[in-house]
Unconditional design. Sequence first.
Length: 74
Amino acid sequence: MGILTVRTDEAMETALTQLTADTNRTRSEAVRYAILHAYKELLLKQAAHDAERLAEDPSDQAEMLAIQRFMGIA
């Protein structure tokens, strides 16, 4: 496991205090949780963008229709 040193300001200290007090997490656990939460949010935004892009793609729409017909649901 890697080690990361983070400098915090007053707002970060307040956030860390709340994240640790309300959940019994250590400061390290709270930081790991926040990073993973931010990463998950990024992945969801990327997936939504990809879905929007594909929904407007005529060739992708045709492929989805072909799959639906193959499966007997269209």
